[in-house]
Ligand binder design. Structure first.
Ligand code: HEM
Length: 483
């Protein structure tokens, strides 16, 4: 008998019931009792094991983005960008890479409705030949804050009140009244696109600035964008109430049913790039995550397409245990100094070591599909089969060697240690432009949503005045608020 053949998998089910340790179970209906009426004996190991397993079925849900749905498929390069990056999976048009994607809402719990006004997560794991690349983005191209130091406070303000467990606008308006950099994000969130119709009809964006590095070592700043081929569609409030009232999992169901029906969702991937030598040419800082890169000056360049053609085999294994992390990159793609991205590099694997355990990267959905090797070993729930005797490096007994070097951004880092805000804040121009580009009825709905949020009785006169002063800076909408 090969003891390693039987890895835990339903494929290896025996034809009869067994305990987890493989002993036959001759009765899975009745507890072991003294006589016909009880009491139950503690020695009923099968009953105890069954309950203990059930009692531990839930794992901690994600602190944010707890509610989500996943699907599998492939990414295919359609345009050659090998002049910009040496990433193997982007080497030539036609190259396909398997992916798994998880769409999510941000704030509420695992079972919450999918019709709430909330940003949506759009996270893609590319299983490349050089390791996994995770592009962990959202449906909007900007973010609320630009320094990760503020992220836990921001999430606390957006989450339900710790006393009432109700999401309350006074807490949100209070927190963000200290953060005018959030206006651009609110210009998306409080717009008509604030409640996507479902996951298939929404855009995605890497949001943070990354770097592409080519074979010669030349680096470019890059932003990534996903555009759905079926177009962007959203729900207005009264539609959302109807949809959510009838089915609180409507977006998960739409994704699952579309794939089941062979109506595979597809997105095109675009990039925008900036040569770091030109980064001072703009009236915003290209590494400021609260800013878009205007498409008229930094055009979208097509790269590829992504098709989702397979539903998860098991929701728990391929959604709850799925772990994305912006720090997972591959040669040819690198982080920029974007402060928010730098914080994210730490936070995701940290939470996943807590949420899923230190060996979460061994879970089938998270582990790379290429050969991998190192001397990290043991730890809680380690199920990797290892039989080597040398678990140190270097060793004359182990032929493993360093991988070939690959280029990383060549820029020199220097500067004084400091805690500071960025130079070019420019908080009002982009949200003002976005507001002015809306049709009058869309502007009206946008303002109504803001007025509604500010109408919470616990929003003070001071907080209301701050918000009105923010929005009047570039938008000349005082008259609307006064009305
Ligand atoms: C410093 C700022 C941020 C911090 C500290 C942070 C932290 C986290 C944490 C702890 C999780 C839960 C991960 C898990 O349990 O697996 C998470 C999930 C997520 N975050 Fe962030 N986040 C930040 C900013 C952002 C931004 C700017 C975006 C959009 C680009 C984003 C997109 C996501 C997505 C899509 C998920 C869900 C991934 C999944 O589906 O499993 N986050 N974030």
């Amino acid at each position: 008998m090969d003891p390693y053949k039987f890895r835990p998998s339903s494929a290896h089910n025996s034809p009869f019931f067994t305990t987890n340790s493989g002993a036959p179970v001759y009765n899975n209906n009745s507890s072991l009792t003294v006589g016909t009426r009880g009491p139950i004996l503690l020695e009923d190991y099968h009953l105890v094991e069954k309950l203990a397993n059930f009692d531990r079925e839930r794992i901690p849900e994600r602190v944010v983005h707890a509610r989500g749905a996943s699907a599998k498929g492939f990414f295919e390069v359609t345009h050659d960008i090998s002049n910009l990056t040496c990433a193997d999976f982007l080497r030539a048009p036609g190259v396909q890479t398997p992916v798994i994607v998880r769409f999510s809402t941000v704030i509420h719990e695992r079972g919450s409705p999918e019709t709430l006004r909330d940003p949506r997560g759009f996270a893609v794991k590319f299983y490349t030949r050089e390791g996994n690349w995770d592009l962990v983005g959202n449906n909007f191209p900007v973010f609320f804050i630009r320094d990760g130091m503020k992220f836990p406070d921001m999430v606390h303000a957006l989450k339900p009140n710790p006393k009432s467990h109700i999401q309350e606008n006074w807490r949100i308006m209070d927190f963000f009244s200290h953060h005018p950099e959030s206006l651009n994000m609110f210009a998306f969130l409080f717009d008509d696109i604030g409640i996507p119709l479902n996951y298939r009809h929404m855009e995605g964006s890497g949001v943070n600035t990354y770097m592409l590095v080519n074979k010669a070592g030349k680096a470019h700043y890059v932003k990534f964008h996903w555009k759905p081929t079926c177009g962007v569609k959203s729900l207005l409030e009264d539609e959302a109430i109807k949809v959510g009232g009838a089915n609180h999992s409507h977006a998960t169901q739409d994704l699952y049913d579309s794939i089941m029906a062979g109506n595979y969702p597809e997105w095109k991937l675009f990039i925008q790039t900036i040569d770091p030598d030109h980064e001072d040419r703009f009236d915003f800082d290209p590494l400021d995550v609260t800013k878009i890169w205007p498409e008229d000056i930094l055009p979208l360049q097509p790269v590829g397409r992504m098709v989702l053609n397979k539903n998860p085999d098991n929701f728990f294994a391929e959604n709850e245990q799925l772990a994305f992390c912006p720090s997972l990159i591959v040669p040819g793609i690198y982080y920029s100094d974007d402060k928010l991205l730098q914080t994210r590099i730490f936070s995701y694997s940290d939470t996943q070591r807590h949420r899923l355990g230190p060996n979460y990267l061994q879970l089938p959905v998270n582990c790379p599909k290429n050969a991998h090797h190192n001397n990290h070993h043991e730890g809680l729930m380690n199920f990797m089969h290892r039989d080597e005797e040398v678990n140190y490096f270097p060793s004359r007994f182990d032929p493993v060697r360093h991988a070939e070097t690959y280029p990383i951004p060549p820029a020199i880092c220097n500067g004084k240690r400091d805690r500071c805000i960025i130079g070019k804040e420019n908080n009002f121009k982009q949200p003002g432009e976005r507001y002015r580009s809306m049709t009058p009825d869309r502007q009206e709905r946008f303002l109504c949503r803001f007025v509604d949020a500010l109408s919470d009785p616990r929003v003070t006169h001071e907080i209301r005045s701050i918000w009105i002063s923010y929005w009047t800076q570039y938008m000349q909408i005082r008259a609307c608020f006064d009305a």
